[in-house]
Design a protein around this ligand. Structure first.
Ligand SMILES: Cc1ncc(COP(=O)(O)O)c(C=O)c1O
Length: 403
């Protein structure tokens, strides 16, 4: 869609939103109309839009320094690396500099290949990890990218073993993945931590998924890379998604909620020994990766999550949303899945979903379709109870009317 002089993908399935101001859980268009936000810009503004303390941190850092050096560091970059690694398992002791999720995913793939001397990478079908060639090779079907193929060779895509598919299917998955790993030529597995947030289908893995991935990757010397771009920073009811199964991967990729939307920043947090082993082969250079401004923002964002225990709000409000929507299950909603405040609700078809989000928008709720008939709810985790209730009332009434 070329609605302005900026190029957009055909965004017909979303509400094309000309946002002109935002605050907390409210968005305003240029006519001054107000909308309750149930998207957080897709898992970015987890602490609410334009958080005053984060904006203040930008102003303070601007007075000191805004640009970093490729060959040096600024104290705020050091401070952020220290803080982020301090809240992660102690084995993960070093951070790369990147400007966002895709770049960090690509860094992790380069590091994995160089560190292991192996080429193959396992990803999961219909998972989303970004828009560059290697990140797309992880989850895009080859038919959907025919015109821009080939992507990157030696990527293996597996079916994501969902909770709904049940135990037998999970057992099949275990033997299938072990067969592949046993050949000892897979550099890494890349997965979100048990819930797919990136593609919009909101699939939840069978319990034990992460533990199985960890055990098998360790057994066959494959690296485990967890993409926490969408799940990180309290979204799923834990500060980080890996905490659901207490698994320590070899690398974790962060972006999105890392800065609460106030700066472009991403990172791969991993074991320094792995990074060091790849120095002769991999250049992890990013001119705008980890600008001091972005680090000041990310540091303040993390401090607020820790101080407020924001993940607790995500868990509580997530359960509340599920309880309310459950009443529509088997009537208008055909499927409901969620973890924390990452919730997918399936309506009977994509046309109904489209009508629901259009009508909800007219009534003052900004909500989006994740994929096809799945509406993906990702409100700011700090949304006040009254706005959450108002938003849910609009959503529920609209679903009841339109289905
Ligand atoms: C799970 C996941 N990984 C990676 C990415 C890519 O991140 P970015 O858009 O910052 O490049 C996204 C973006 O939606 C995502 O949801």
């Amino acid at each position: 869609m070329i609605e302005t002089s900026i190029v957009y993908r055909n965004m017909k399935k979303y509400n094309f939103f000309k946002i002109s101001r935002a605050e907390g859980s409210l968005l305003y268009d240029k006519e001054g109309n107000k909308y309750i936000d149930f998207t957080s810009a897709w898992n970015v503004t987890n602490l609410g839009w334009n958080h005053p303390e984060i904006n203040e941190a930008i102003i303070k850092q601007t007075a000191k320094n805004t640009q970093g050096l490729l060959w040096g560091s600024d104290p705020i970059q050091e401070a952020y690396a220290e803080k982020l690694t301090s809240v992660l398992p102690k084995e993960l002791d070093a951070c790369t500099k990147a400007t966002g999720g895709t770049e960090a995913i690509e860094e992790s793939i380069k590091v994995a290949r160089a560190a292991t001397g192996r080429r193959k990478i396992i990803g999961f079908k219909k998972s989303y990890h970004g828009q560059l060639f290697a990140s797309m090779a992880l989850g895009y079907s080859s038919e959907s990218v025919e015109r821009i193929a080939p992507l990157v060779p030696d990527f293996i895509q597996m079916d994501f073993p969902t909770k709904e598919a049940g135990e037998d299917s999970f057992n099949n998955f275990k033997s299938e993945i072990e067969k592949i790993l046993a050949k000892q030529d897979v550099a890494a597995i890349i997965s979100e931590p048990g819930i797919i947030t990136g593609w919009g289908s909101t699939s939840i893995a069978f319990p034990g998924f992460l533990k199985v991935l960890r055990e098998l990757t360790q057994k066959y010397n494959t690296l485990l890379i967890i993409d926490e771009v969408g799940t990180g920073f309290s979204r799923t009811g834990k500060l980080f998604g890996i905490e659901h199964e207490n698994v320590v991967p070899d690398m974790i990729v962060f972006a999105k909620g890392i800065s609460n939307g106030a700066a472009a920043i991403g990172t791969v947090v991993g074991k320094s020994a792995i990074f060091e082993a790849t120095f002769p082969y991999v250049n992890l250079i990013s001119t705008f990766g980890w600008t001091p401004l972005a680090c000041a923002v990310a540091l303040k964002t993390l401090e607020i999550h820790l101080r407020e225990k924001t993940w607790e709000q995500a868990e509580k409000k997530g359960n509340y949303i599920i309880e309310k929507l459950k009443l529509l299950l088997d009537k208008s909603i055909i499927n409901l899945r969620g973890l924390g405040m990452e919730i997918g609700l399936e309506l009977k078809d994509s046309e109904t979903a489209r009508r629901v989000i259009d009508l909800a928008y007219k009534k003052g709720l900004h909500v989006i379709i994740g994929s096809e008939n799945n509406i993906q709810l990702m409100p700011p985790l700090t949304i006040p109870q009254n706005l959450l209730d108002d938003g849910l009332e609009i959503l529920i009434k609209t679903i009841e009317k339109e289905s």
